[in-house]
Design a protein around this ligand. Structure first.
Ligand code: PLP
Length: 380
């Protein structure tokens, strides 16, 4: 590892794999506007439609139901403020552990659904909230949490929501490449994706509808009628091509989740060996195979983040994902974890090219931090 950095923050963003880089370089030479009817325009359109088919294949959808956006935040904002067809006033229920892209899009009268200490949605609370009000309801529940990796039982949630005539919006941003995702098996009405979480470029994403009858109740960017008339504006050709190539690359690596799980589980075992009081969040429930969120009593996330970075290890704290600030995680607060976990949670998230040497560098840095702390306590 001498000199090299260990990038262990794949839930924040994933590097571009070589096939995605190659697809981007090729697309840079395409000059047409995808809406133009001449050969140059048709060449650009063909790339977009190819990418649409690849993204649809990633989640078991039809390419006619994929709308490209500038990312998951934009898609989430659009869905939660415009609602889905048929157009009607609607109310929103959202789980307490949603990403801020969802949390900040919610109407004032939203009902926040609690999670259990395991991090899983409280299904009794969901049923009670669904029964409490007869208005059309949009329910937002993420497939997998970006901080903890905890996976929600979306098919079960969808059955409950649909039994009451509601619609289910699923933020699936953290799942591709880590979990199989199938919109029909999940029962989602709409899935939200972000390319940069699974090997595509930053600043492009998609909303994927379950069928042709499900759309946004109204266009949210009006203009030239692009993207099924839902999001006007000349398409982000490079971003979309990169997203399609990343989708293809994920599908070509079916064994990656199992390899990541072996590395992650080994990391957690080693961690507990030299820090037996460490708390691993989400242990015992279904979790993404690439994510370890842990805290060691006495270490604060803020101090640890700096020490890891100086040691050449890029990890993240509970919710540093906005603006680089370390602030208390609403996800961990909703799970009512002990205070030392709120203050000290470190997220280590890996990808298909992560090596054991990178994980060893992370563990060695942590061991040094604990030794320094023990030395200071001894001197005091
Ligand atoms: N949802 C989840 C679960 C995420 O992890 C993120 C990014 O951190 C987002 C939504 C927002 O995605 P984007 O960066 O595409 O706006």
């Amino acid at each position: 590892m001498a000199g090299a950095r260990a990038y262990l923050d794949w839930n924040a963003t994933a590097p571009l794999p070589p096939p995605v880089q190659a697809a981007l370089v090729e697309a840079m030479c395409v000059i047409g506007n995808p809406s133009s009817i001449h050969a140059e325009g048709r060449a650009a359109r063909a790339l977009i439609e190819r990418a649409r088919a690849d993204v649809a294949a990633l989640v078991g959808a039809s390419s006619a139901d994929v709308v490209f956006t500038s990312g998951a935040t934009e898609a989430t904002n659009a869905i939660l403020t415009h609602g889905l067809t048929p157009s009607a006033p609607f109310r929103v229920l959202a789980s307490a552990t949603e990403h801020s892209a969802v949390m900040k899009s919610l109407p004032a009268d939203v009902v926040i659904l609690p999670v259990l200490p395991t991090g899983l949605l409280d299904l009794d609370a969901l049923e009670a909230a669904l029964a409490a009000d007869a208005r059309p309801t949009l329910v937002a529940v993420q497939l997998a949490n970006n901080e903890t990796g905890i996976i929600q039982p979306i098919a079960e949630i969808a059955a409950k929501v649909h039994a009451k005539g509601g619609r289910l919006v699923v933020d699936a941003v953290q799942a591709p490449g880590k979990l199989p995702v199938d919109i029909k098996a999940l029962g989602a009405d709409v899935l939200i994706l972000s390319a940069h979480k699974f090997g595509g470029p930053k600043g492009v994403g998609a909303m994927v509808f379950k069928d042709g009858a499900t759309r946004l109740a109204s266009a949210y960017v009006t203009g030239g009628g692009q993207e099924l008339g839902q999001r006007g504006g000349t398409e982000n050709l490079l971003g979309i091509v990169g997203m399609g190539a990343a989708a293809q690359h994920c599908l070509a690596q079916p064994d990656a989740p199992a390899s990541m799980k072996t590395l992650r589980d080994g990391f957690e075992t080693s961690l507990l060996r030299f820090a037996p009081h460490a708390h691993i969040v989400g242990e015992g429930v279904m979790r993404l195979p690439n994510t370890a969120l842990f805290a060691v009593p006495g270490l604060t996330a803020q101090g640890a983040m700096v020490a890891f970075d100086l040691d050449g290890v890029a990890v993240s704290s509970g919710s540093a994902c906005s603006s680089g600030k370390v602030k208390a995680s609403h996800v961990l607060a909703a799970m009512a974890v002990p205070d030392f976990v709120i203050e000290g949670a470190i997220r280590m998230s890996i990808g298909p090219t992560t090596t054991q040497a990178e994980l060893d560098a992370c563990l060695a840095s942590l061991a040094r931090q604990l030794e320094r702390k023990a030395g200071r306590a001894h001197a005091a």
